[in-house]
Write a protein that binds this ligand. Structure first.
Ligand code: PLP
Length: 287
């Protein structure tokens, strides 16, 4: 596939960066993943805004405006035959390459900008009998206290994801020291109780997911399903009727087992199906 690196388009396997790049040495960078289905993006503007905010919060001085990002990403999708494929675009901005390894932010370095595309799955069927359901394990959230920053330093997330993977599950749901749900290692999380969708509040303990935003906004706009943003205890998670996870690549995905025990009746629930339909109708028009 065709990648973008520091102003140039080139075959992905030819892209090269210095080992002194601070993204490589320190995980000193910000990233995004944005889905495009047959050339149509989901949440492109909020994804770009989140990245620009993240870069500002860690003082990486990237000069690209939101409009310039949009042109670059649409162009990269077009160069990878995105009009007739489902592609995710990975966008990575590191602080850049210094002349030595030194923790302090260097002055006068150009950020490294790297983007590439990869194939993503067709959206899941809306039918709850046919959709793929996920199983998860759980762990205390041992990441850092700045989970709202979409940092490329993902070892904490990777270790939690591996806990899920090694135990034969596809994710790991995380809880804080107060036994409250935060999110999953690469996804936001939701419970459904008595028809109400409940998701943890957006603070430093979770990534402000773009899919989460589209789900909440589209459910509120539709009005047929009530949504609450509040703290969720793990007892509520275990006794929920439904549990879901969301991300740009998984959209809204149902969880039918937590630590080997069934969620609700162990089947994908009706609120998932209704919410997924509402989300699917809204996803291309949300911005
Ligand atoms: N939470 C974490 C830790 C993530 O890494 C991600 C996505 O990669 C999400 C949540 C979901 O965010 P989004 O919906 O913007 O993809």
């Amino acid at each position: 596939s065709i990648a973008y690196l520091n102003g140039e388009y080139l075959p992905l396997e030819e892209a090269r960066i210095s080992p002194l790049d601070r993204g490589f040495l320190f995980g000193d960078g910000i990233y995004e993943v944005i889905p495009y289905y047959n050339g149509k993006s989901v949440g492109l503007v909020p994804h770009i805004e989140r990245m620009i905010d993240g870069l500002a919060s860690v003082e990486i001085k990237c000069k690209k405006s939101a409009d310039e990002w949009k042109v670059l990403l649409d162009d990269l999708i077009a160069r990878n035959e995105g009009a007739t494929n489902n592609l995710g675009v990975y966008v990575h901005v590191s602080r850049g390459t210094d002349v030595k390894r030194f923790h302090a932010y260097p002055e006068n370095v150009e950020p490294t900008i790297f983007c590439f595309t990869f194939a993503i799955k067709d959206p899941e069927p809306v039918d709850r009998e046919k959709v793929h359901a996920y199983t998860v394990t759980t762990s205390e959230d041992l990441r850092w206290k700045r989970c709202h920053i979409k940092s490329t330093a993902l070892l904490g997330n990777v270790m939690h994801f591996q806990q899920g993977h090694a135990s034969g599950n596809s994710e790991c749901l995380l809880y804080n020291a107060n036994n409250e749900l935060t999110e999953g290692s690469s996804v936001n999380a939701y419970i459904v109780k008595d028809g109400v969708v409940i998701t943890p509040i957006q603070d430093n303990q979770i990534l402000p997911g773009i899919t989460r935003r589209i789900i909440i906004d589209s459910l509120v706009a539709d009005g047929s399903i009530k949504v609450e943003e509040r703290n969720v205890t793990m007892d509520e998670v275990y006794s929920a009727d439904e549990v879901w996870i969301s991300s740009s690549s998984k959209e809204i995905a149902p969880i039918t087992q937590i630590d080997g025990k069934p969620v609700g009746n162990g089947k994908v629930g009706p609120v998932w199906e209704a919410a997924f339909r509402i989300y699917t109708d809204a996803k291309f028009t949300h911005s």
